[in-house]
Structures are given as C-alpha cells and as structure tokens.
Design a protein around this ligand. Structure first.
Ligand code: AMP
Ligand code: TRP
Length: 332
C-alpha cells in the first residue's frame, strides 16, 4: 500500500477551507493508502501559544479529525511532539538545506512580516524560518509518497522533495521522494468577506470563515452576509472572485459540477443562490459538527487514540532514523 501523510496545526478550530483543502482529501486517502495524520504541535509554537490553550487545542484537533472521518483503525493519528525523531531529522535536514532555499519560502515571508508587529522578520522566531524543514522531516521520516495539502503548502512539499533528492545523492538512497496532492477545485477557499483573501482562522472577522463547529444558524447568517461581486450573474469569472468562491463551495458541498449550478441559477438572484448554498453547507457540515462534539466530550478516549497512534509512529520513525544516522556517519 502507498503511504500518505499530512499535518495540521492545532490552532483552536478548523474552517471549511481546511476541511475542503486538506482534511477531506486525507479522509479519502484512507481507503487506498496507509495514512498518517499528524497534529503538528511543534509547528504551532513557531507563533506564540498560550500553553493551556495549546493543550486544549491538541485534544480538539484530535476530536475534529475523528469527527471528519479519520478512522483510527486504519489511520495513524498522532501528535508530532511525541516523536522526537522529527526534531532529530529536522536538524540533519537543516544542515542539508541552504539559506537561500529557506529564504525563498513565501509563507515565511508573509508570516514574518506579521510577526511581532512592526518589527517584521527581525521579530519572527527562528522556528518560523526553519519550519518548512521540520515539515520536510515529518514527511521524509515515514517514506511518504503522497502529501495531501492545500495550495499554500505546495512550496513546502517541493522543498521536502529537493531535500530528499539531495540527501539521496550525497549519502546514498535513503528517502522516498514525496508528491504533493492538491485538489483541482477547492484547494484555496477564499474569505467570505473578501474574495481576494484566503479563508484563514487568523482573520480579524469571524464572518470571513465558517468553522466546522459553527451551528446551522451561524452558517446561514455568515453565508447570507458573504460579499458578492458587482454584476448579478451567478457565474465563475476570474475577475469575480467572491461569486467564484461561493460556487466552488456549493460544488464541493453538493458534489454537483459548477456548470450545472450555474445553469440552475440563470435568471435568478444572489438571494436565492445564497439561501440554497447555506442549506447545502448546513447539510454538508452538520453531521461532522455533531461527531466532533461527541468525540470532544471524551478526553480519555482521545488520549488513548493519540497514545496508540504515537506508539505506531514511533516504531516507524525509530527504524528510519537508525538508517539516517548510519548514512550521515554518526553511528559507530
Ligand atoms: P493551516 O490552517 O494554515 O494550518 O492549514 C492547514 C491545511 O489546510 C493546509 O493543508 C492548508 O493548505 C489547508 N488550507 C488552509 N487554508 C485553506 C483554504 N482557505 N483553502 C483550502 N485549503 C486551506
Ligand atoms: N505546515 C503545514 C501547515 O501549516 C502543516 C504540516 C506540518 C504538514 N507538517 C506537515 C502538512 C507534513 C503536510 C505534511 O498547514
């Protein structure tokens, strides 16, 4: 069986963009690949975190993935920080990666600008800079072939590929070269209040996203107040990002093609369209929300599942690191 792996940061909740872009594709991979699903808590601390909140968020991330359909009988669901080999391999890969390569990462440039207010990159943590290399270690440690992610992570997976190829060249065949898997539609869901910005949990307004734990009325309100572009036609168009985004969400939520939805709304207004979209999203997310809340209520069970996942991941990671240490020349 092929191996796939993905990671998400445990930062209070997931939104419909995370679900469509990353979680749903991962859930789909459970049937024909061995999936490893990671809660990347050590990635989360590249930005300041309140320890109490972080602990809560790790458990709620576990509940969220389980609620979204991650099946612990098939998938290894685990917490990154439990497996020290991630950090060990990250160090070795930091010695393989070049400064220029790390400096080119666009997410680092964006996040560094926002870090510590006016201080910009000067005030960003060193971890924020080396984070893509820790992500490469996450991926390469498990001989991962497929990495389901949203569009914004593509550059990081490409870095992991480059580092694998370079290490294999310099030290002998060691790592599998991974491939990013990015869905054709929905890899970049945009904010509801601004069709030109990515939907993000760090957005200042809660109206910009739909959280997986939003109840039906909240979802309806948020969709009814979503911005639309000028013009009245319900049609995708590069110059009309807001309606294009709503059509994408409609299509993913219902499994209908965008063309068939466009056709159904010829001559109808935004009001009708949004009402139907709201119901489609309520139907799409409702069952997930219920399951997330159920899992979240049983902390003991969540911890048991994570401990079991960590044990499985640990064995795989330890095996690989033995080989890597030999290749590097530190094993006597
Ligand atoms: P983040 O929320 O940045 O921790 O991202 C977690 C995962 O969700 C990554 O695979 C992202 O690529 C994906 N993701 C985040 N935001 C979006 C979005 N607006 N649309 C689609 N995928 C997203
Ligand atoms: N960097 C990813 C994000 O913020 C999360 C991540 C960490 C990841 N390690 C990974 C994703 C390995 C895929 C594979 O979204």
């Amino acid at each position: 069986m092929k191996r796939s792996l993905t990671g998400l940061q445990p930062t209070n909740f997931l939104h419909i963009g995370n679900y469509i872009g990353a979680v749903q594709p991962a859930v789909a991979l459970q049937s024909d690949t061995q999936l490893l699903m990671m809660i990347v808590d050590y990635h989360a601390i590249t930005m300041p975190q309140d320890p109490k909140e972080l602990r809560k968020n790790i458990l709620s991330a576990a509940a969220t993935y389980l609620g979204c359909g991650i099946d612990p009988a098939k998938t290894i669901l685990f917490q990154q920080s439990r497996i020290a080999e991630h950090m060990e391999l990250a160090w070795i890969l930091q010695c393989v990666a070049k400064m220029g390569e790390a400096e080119r990462m666009t997410q680092y440039k964006d996040k560094a600008k926002k870090a510590e207010g006016a201080k910009g990159a000067e005030g960003a943590s060193v971890g924020l800079f080396t984070y893509p290399i820790l992500m490469a270690a996450d991926i390469l440690l498990y001989d991962t072939e497929i990495v389901p992610v949203g569009e914004d992570q593509k550059q990081h997976v490409e870095l992991a590929r480059d580092l694998a190829i370079r290490f294999n060249r310099d030290f002998g065949e060691t790592f599998v070269v991974p491939e990013p898997k990015i869905r054709a539609e929905g890899a970049r869901i945009m904010a509801l209040d601004d069709g030109t910005k990515k939907m993000s949990k760090s957005a200042p307004s809660a109206k910009s996203y739909i959280a997986l734990t939003d109840d039906a009325d909240t979802i309806r309100k948020k969709i009814m107040s979503a911005v639309t572009d000028s013009g009245t036609e319900i049609r995708t168009d590069r110059n009309r990002p807001a309606i294009t985004n709503l059509l994408t969400i409609f299509s993913v939520a219902t499994g209908r093609s965008i063309e068939s939805i466009e056709l159904a709304y010829v001559g109808k207004g935004y009001g009708d369209f949004k009402k139907d979209l709201a119901e489609a999203v309520v139907e799409y997310l409702g069952p997930i929300r219920g399951r997330i809340l159920n899992f979240a209520a049983d902390e003991t069970e969540l911890k048991r599942i994570l401990a079991e996942g960590a044990e499985k991941a640990k064995g795989m990671a330890a095996f690989k690191m033995n080989k890597v240490r030999q290749r590097v020349g530190v094993t006597l």
